[in-house]
Design a binder for this molecule. Structure first.
Ligand code: ATP
Ligand code: MG
Length: 189
């Protein structure tokens, strides 16, 4: 199954960001982008990719320990950025170093369980919440500018979530993946 590990912002933070995204959707060309669903908004700590059913239990045990070793920390959504003209995202502020440490622990847990991450291991960790995807024909700069000055309420990250991603059937235009949270582990309290 296709898996990733994430931090999910609480509903009040999602609602705040959704307000700003509503404004972005009124910009020219917004209709040509594939906007992510607010119900699935997340910060990916590690993308594990295809994982054998047989290793999921061990993976879960290791993720639980990684969470337990990490104290809760404060985070907020702030501003935005883009990966070329392919992805538009909201950025993070607050204890970004703690988020990075948690991401490293989660990646180590995945590797030790034999569940990746393979692909993103060398890419570095760029904390972001993906808001929209383009195919390169629409410039994302105005949308990044539209996120300028956005500063969401701080929250305390208290858990990590293992999420299964169900990709839409290939060729379905504009279809989006469905994310299914499988398990949640609390950070050390
Ligand atoms: P779609 O692939 O249809 O655009 P998606 O990227 O949200 O949707 P997945 O590909 O299953 O769905 O990815 C799940 C999460 O993992 C997303 O946050 C995505 O950005 C991230 N992700 C996917 N592939 C990688 C990768 N190779 N390296 C790092 N993160 C990745
Ligand atoms: Mg993807």
């Amino acid at each position: 199954m296709r898996l990733f590990v994430a931090v999910l912002p609480p509903e009040r933070v999602v609602a705040e960001l959704d307000g700003r995204v509503d404004d972005l959707k009124r910009l020219p060309d917004a209709g040509a982008l594939r906007w992510t669903e607010r119900a699935g908004w997340h910060l990916t700590l590690a993308f594990l990719g295809e994982v054998d059913d047989a290793v999921v239990a061990d993976l879960g045990a290791r993720l639980g320990r990684a969470a337990w070793r990490t104290a809760p920390f404060a985070l907020a959504l702030r501003g935005g950025g883009r990966f070329g003209d392919r992805a538009l995202w909201a950025g993070v502020a607050g204890e970004a170093a703690a988020l990075r440490l948690l991401a490293e622990r989660v990646s180590a847990a995945g590797r030790r369980a034999g569940a990746g991450p393979g692909v993103d291991a060398g890419r570095g960790f760029h904390p972001h919440l993906t808001l929209a995807r383009g195919r390169g024909e629409v410039g994302l700069r105005p949308f990044v500018e539209g996120l300028g000055g956005f500063s969401g309420a701080e929250w305390e990250v208290g858990e990590l979530v293992l999420v299964r991603s169900h990709l839409p059937r290939a060729g379905l235009q504009g279809a989006r993946p469905r994310y299914e949270p499988l398990s949640t582990w609390p950070l050390r309290t």
